[in-house]
Design a protein around this ligand. Structure first.
Ligand code: ATP
Ligand code: MG
Length: 396
């Protein structure tokens, strides 16, 4: 057993002591077999949520309507979910109602892929009712049961298949991929926020191309905002530097939008319901990336862009195999005499104190003029120098 599971053993034993079953389940069991680092230890149990809350003194209701209770135990926390089936699916989305059941088998049956339908006992014995271990060894993503039915129950599973292909370097099993192609339009029923999460995981996966190809081939791209007319661009994106990992969401979107030659970036991200921060950062990265195609960084552009954007532009240049040097330009940024107008050794108040003029737009103009002078090294950033230079410019 991996250390993460060992730490959770007392929790499972405690549930057992009260007469209920409990197993490690889902992605964490898959990751153990793959010898990959475990993100979160999920536990499934025959106990109902209320019963779990009676066993453990410290719990948090995180999704009790889905049967999930967060148990705080020692320094750790565990998501414990009651065995369940998802009986009524409306609108091809998540079920509107879950039914708690008492057997592990029924719980495993409703899981998305055979590789994710595994359970492990406290002795490290694997419960594999759907040939999940074989799938993992074959590196295949295969729906549990009839793929057509599974994707009509919950269309998001199609995006999950694609992102797992990218993250795990797996292939989507033939019938499963055919069912995705057949059902791709159902993605239009899925909330964009949920598609977004899987899409970013796909872009940031270490085998992007493995996910992007079936994403294009099965026509899922046609159901994603602003991508539906970009087949060729998506195809060429999948071929750019396929082994370079896109290490942040900002970098992933920037490289994508540069390849798509997207010009309306703000409205692109509105459709994806992305955060304002992401939308702003990517807009700037694309702008400075284009600027940098013809110009070297200078004091003004480094100053305007700032650390985050400078790094991302250099990383994007690496992605597109252009000369780049993140360290050098961050150093140059570091050496700028000021990082913002607030760093000027003089303020508007200082300027007003030696003139009879009333405050007005002229004051801002003088400050930004001084900002430029200091930034470009023409003026030293000390109060006396600045006052002297400014006094020469201001006539009462
Ligand atoms: P990750 O390593 O990205 O967390 P994961 O397999 O743990 O991958 P989660 O989204 O954390 O994925 O889900 C945990 C488990 O719940 C899955 O392994 C799967 O068994 C089940 N599951 C999650 N989403 C679905 C879904 N839409 N349909 C069916 N089963 C699902
Ligand atoms: Mg998980």
């Amino acid at each position: 057993l991996p250390i993460e599971f060992k730490q959770a053993l007392p929790v499972i034993k405690e549930i057992n002591r009260h007469g209920y079953e409990a197993y490690f389940v889902g992605g964490s069991v898959r990751d153990v077999i793959l010898h990959q680092t475990i993100h979160d230890v999920d536990i499934a149990t025959s106990a109902f949520p209320e019963e779990i809350k009676e066993i453990f003194p410290r719990t948090i209701d995180v999704g009790i309507e889905h049967g999930t209770v967060l148990v705080l135990y020692n320094q750790d926390q565990y998501e414990i979910t009651t065995f369940r089936t998802e009986s009524t699916y409306q609108d091809y989305r998540r079920p509107d109602k879950v039914t708690f059941v008492r057997t592990l088998e029924e719980d495993l049956k409703r899981r998305d892929f055979t590789m994710n339908a595994l359970a492990m006992t406290l002795d490290g014995e694997i419960v594999d009712l759907f040939e999940g271990i074989e799938s993992i060894h074959e590196k295949e993503i295969k729906a549990v049961g009839n793929p057509d039915e599974r994707f009509s129950e919950d269309a998001l599973r199609m995006m999950r298949a694609l992102r797992f292909a990218s993250q795990l370097d797996f292939n989507i099993e033939v019938k499963t991929e055919e069912a995705i192609a057949k059902n791709h339009l159902l993605l239009e029923k899925i909330a964009i926020e949920r598609i977004y999460i899987e899409w970013v995981k796909l872009l940031m996966g270490s085998h992007r191309k493995k996910g992007l190809h079936p994403f294009i081939e099965t026509n899922c791209y046609k159901c994603c905002p602003e991508l539906s007319s970009k087949k060729d661009e998506l195809m060429s994106f999948s071929d750019v530097n396929p082994t370079m990992l896109l290490t942040s969401e900002e970098l992933a979107w920037s490289c994508l939008l540069i390849t798509l030659k997207e010009t309306k970036i703000k409205s692109f991200f509105t459709k994806w319901k992305a955060s304002k921060h992401l939308s702003n950062v990517v807009s700037q990265v694309v702008m400075y990336y284009n600027h940098r195609l013809e110009n070297d960084w200078d004091a003004q552009s480094l100053y305007d862009a700032g650390v985050e954007v400078i790094s991302l532009v250099e990383q994007a240049r690496a992605f597109f195999s252009l000369p780049n040097d993140e360290t050098l330009y961050l150093e140059k940024y570091d050496q700028l005499p000021i990082k913002s107008i607030a760093d000027l050794s003089i303020s508007g108040r200082d300027i007003l104190s030696f003139t009879n003029k009333k405050p007005g737009p002229w004051l801002g103009n003088i400050l930004s003029f001084s900002e430029k002078k200091v930034l470009n090294g023409h003026w030293k950033n000390d109060k006396d120098t600045l006052l002297k230079n400014i006094k020469e410019m201001v006539v009462d």
